[in-house]
Design a protein around this ligand. Structure first.
Ligand SMILES: NC(=O)c1ccc[n+]([C@@H]2O[C@H](COP(=O)([O-])OP(=O)(O)OC[C@H]3O[C@@H](n4cnc5c(N)ncnc54)[C@H](OP(=O)(O)O)[C@@H]3O)[C@@H](O)[C@H]2O)c1
Length: 340
């Protein structure tokens, strides 16, 4: 078994890591780390557990520690907030650890890949240009993950010219305790700090091409507007796409349904169908569809042809699973298989 350290283990994404790693075939948790408030406490006491499944007793008994770099671990999964993640992850990479990060700090660094394995597994090779003994590999921001998984099958079949996206993002996307209930109950907040820029820059990088030591970003235009809505989990995106070639809806649906590329590799965290098309008029909905494929599939519906080269649809992504912990775990599995 390979040993994994989880940083930010008491937070919402950290809890998902703990949940997803329960019973993993070749990874086991060796370290749970968080802030000084939690350090020294048993995990069961330090964590404000939010998930439906209980924590295993042996994990509850583990003592939470700080994030300094003397872990007994093969890989580090980071769910640290961006105001502290940057230097901690750099120090760990310098010390020789392979860090899989959910934080925004290094995503746009020239030699750091943002990986969604079904889309751009080849971008993993970018880590060869990192000069440190260890490496940093990131996964995208949660709404970006849903968007790029929906766009990639369309891009490969029809090309992309122009995308507009409006997001309706769940409260768990802001971590715990996140948005105050008095701000979000009976309300929608039409602003999420830095989110619109992240969607634009990260999507173009992920859907760009790997060159010698950098990623040449995709050239389509992309505009995003983000809203926080009173949903617990699951970001819903309304997406408007202008393609390079004429579209036919049956071919778009087929492109979604055929989309399963992992170079034939079978990874434990990978869903059978990364993108699921729902023909029902009222799908997808956060409460009904966010756990599709164990929370690792992106659900798509409301597909409409607007013009010869224009479509619109709705996409749903589970923000703490596919949009965070699940994607980082899939990256760790892919790295372990190909480079570990
Ligand atoms: N939530 C999502 O849907 C989502 C999706 C994609 C990416 N992300 C990213 O994932 C990361 C974690 O998000 P989250 O939602 O899990 O946040 P969260 O619920 O606020 O959890 C933050 C975690 O970091 C720990 N922490 C805080 N300050 C620390 C410090 N100075 N040193 C060490 N540990 C510290 C906390 O420990 P204590 O409990 O001890 O305070 C807690 O374990 C963020 O970078 C976020 O942007 C989140």
């Amino acid at each position: 078994m390979k040993k994994l350290a989880i940083l930010g283990a008491t937070g919402l994404v950290g809890q998902r890591f703990v949940q997803l790693l329960s019973g993993h075939p070749f990874f086991e948790i060796s370290v749970l780390a968080a802030s000084d408030n939690s350090s020294g406490k048993k995990y069961g006491q330090a964590v404000h557990w939010h998930l439906e499944t209980p924590v295993l007793d042996k994990v509850k008994e583990m003592v939470v520690r700080d994030c300094r770099s003397d872990f007994e671990a093969d890989y580090v999964l980071s769910a640290l907030p961006s105001d502290v993640a940057g230097p901690i992850e750099e120090e760990l990479a310098s010390a020789g650890y392979i860090v899989f990060s959910n934080a925004a700090n290094h995503r746009l660094d020239q030699n750091v890949p943002i990986v969604v394995p079904e889309i751009n597994l080849d971008h993993l090779n970018l880590i060869q240009s990192q000069q440190t003994k260890g490496k940093i590999i990131t996964n995208p921001n949660c709404s970006t993950t849903g968007l790029v998984m929906a766009l990639k099958p369309i891009m490969d079949r029809f090309g992309l010219e122009e995308i507009k996206v409006v997001t309706m993002q769940a409260v768990s996307g802001a971590g715990y305790p996140g948005v105050a209930s008095l701000d979000i109950v009976d309300n929608i907040i039409p602003y999420i700090k830095n989110e619109e820029e992240k969607i634009v820059n990260e999507s173009k990088k992920i859907l760009g091409k790997l060159k010698e030591g950098y990623i040449d970003p995709a050239s389509f235009s992309l505009e995003a507007q983000c809203n926080r809505v009173p949903v617990v989990d699951g970001h819903l995106l309304s997406v408007f796409v202008k393609t390079s070639e004429r579209v036919a809806l049956d071919k778009v649906i087929k492109a979604f349904e055929d989309f399963a590329p992992l170079g034939g590799h079978k990874l434990p965290a990978a869903p059978e169908r990364p993108v699921i098309y729902w023909p029902d008029m009222e799908a997808p909905q956060p409460r009904l569809h966010r756990n599709s494929g164990g929370g690792m599939s992106v659900s798509i519906g409301r597909l409409v042809k607007v013009a010869e080269k224009q479509i619109r649809f709705v996409a749903l992504v589970h923000n703490t699973i596919r949009g965070a912990a699940g994607c980082a775990l899939l990256n760790a599995e892919a790295y372990d298989l190909l480079m570990g």
